[in-house]
Design a protein around this ligand. Structure first.
Ligand SMILES: *Cc1c(COP(=O)(O)O)cnc(C)c1O
Length: 386
């Protein structure tokens, strides 16, 4: 069997239709969109068409769409840009956010900014009442993700947005993992800012969007040329922008069929794995109330050491199966996932855990093969004592 790619929450294979849309901007239509000549004007039109399409797909105005280098830049620009503009000294977020939110928040501490972390429940969700209670006169921004990238939990962003609106505090949401999986409309949700990344939705790497609602206090974070109406300097990534627009359109057009496909694979995986492994495996976070494409599994053993999730991942890799363990590898030492620890999973189980994330190119046959191999590998690992 070919490589089985169950790591679609890390990145996805580009859709051929998206690639097709991008190719002209590497070849004949290579103009710099800021140039006044014909080649420049041509690509300028492509960018503005993409901006309009993307805006209409998420319920925004074209002037509210800023192209960035991806989800990380968008998250950084949202937090730093809003804090700089409001000059208030508090950020409200949660310990289970992506590092693209947590690390810039931490770095703002040096400018005297206070971070308030709201504790998620054991399914990974922040409740609107917690936001209501936490907001103070000094709150610059509330940043809470729409869908968690490790466990698939879906935050009640409409209710959280309503609380923020009532208190007149800008609400930013990292929607990198929700776009194309569940509906995202900035007006319906009531978002002031959101982050998009193309490579999580079968688009190219290195391109994303920061949406900032008109009227929201925000200062540009990356300065240079006059691109993006002086809100984000740097020569425009025309191919990326064309690819992102197409990827977003396809992911929304085909959302329902992809959701059903992933839900079938997830349910099959749960059924197969629990039938084979019984109570040695448990689902971390929401079992079936999260997005359909993310399944996080924790393993329970009698040993004091628990199961080594890194070793499990490597063993699966040998069998040609790609999964993730959400751990951060800092200087060779494995740290358990901050998300799993954040929802109260014991450290030993967090270290054993793997994230299986499905995508539109996966098949049920691959799920069956994975369940079979997982059982064999676990039996072997559990039989090995040290
Ligand atoms: C992948 C991811 C990011 C980072 O996006 P990049 O485009 O890779 O920089 C941010 N937030 C979440 C939730 C993600 O899954």
């Amino acid at each position: 069997m070919d490589t089985i790619y169950f790591d679609n929450a890390s990145t996805t294979r580009i859709d051929e239709r998206v690639l097709e849309k991008m190719i002209p901007y590497f070849t004949n239509e290579f103009g710099n969109a800021n140039s006044a000549h014909q080649l420049g004007r041509n690509t300028k039109v492509v960018i503005e068409d993409a901006r309009e399409l993307i805006a209409s797909l998420i319920g925004a105005e074209p002037s509210e769409i800023i192209f960035t280098s991806g989800g990380t830049e968008s998250d950084n620009a949202a937090l730093k840009g809003i804090v700089a503009a409001t000059r208030k000294k508090e950020i409200i977020t949660s310990p289970v956010e992506h590092h693209a939110v947590l690390h810039p928040a931490e770095s703002l501490k040096m400018q005297g900014v206070r971070i308030t972390y709201l504790q998620p429940d054991k399914t990974g969700i922040i409740h609107p009442e917690q936001v209501e209670e936490a907001i103070t006169d000094d709150t610059a921004i509330v940043s809470l993700m729409h869908v968690n990238n490790e466990i698939g939990a879906i935050n009640p962003v409409e209710e959280i947005a309503a609380v923020c609106r009532g208190k007149k505090v800008p609400f930013h949401s990292d929607t990198v993992q929700s776009l194309g999986k569940i509906p995202v409309d900035v007006k319906e949700i009531g978002l002031d800012s959101l982050s998009i990344s193309a490579h999580k939705i079968y688009g190219p790497k290195g391109i994303g969007v920061l949406y900032v609602k008109n009227g929201t206090p925000w200062l540009p974070w990356l300065q240079g040329g006059s691109q993006e109406r002086r809100r984000r300097g740097g020569t425009s990534n025309v191919a990326g922008i064309a690819g992102l627009a197409e990827a977003l359109k396809i992911s929304i057009d085909e959302m329902e069929q992809n959701r059903k496909h992933c839900a079938r694979m997830r349910d099959m995986a749960i059924q197969q794995i629990t039938a084979r492994l019984g109570d040695r495996v448990r689902i971390n976070g929401p079992a079936t109330t999260g997005v359909a494409n993310i399944l996080n599994l924790g393993f329970y053993t009698d040993s004091d050491y628990g199961l080594d999730g890194e070793m499990l991942l490597l063993n699966l890799d040998i069998e040609g199966i790609c999964v993730s363990n959400g751990s951060a590898c800092t200087s060779g030492a494995m740290e358990p996932s901050h998300v799993l620890l954040g929802i109260g999973i014991p450290e030993q189980v967090a270290k054993s855990s793997i994230r299986v994330s499905f995508g539109k190119y996966n098949t049920e046959e691959e799920v069956l093969y994975f369940a079979e191999k997982l059982e064999v590998i676990l039996e072997r690992m559990l039989a090995t004592t040290f």
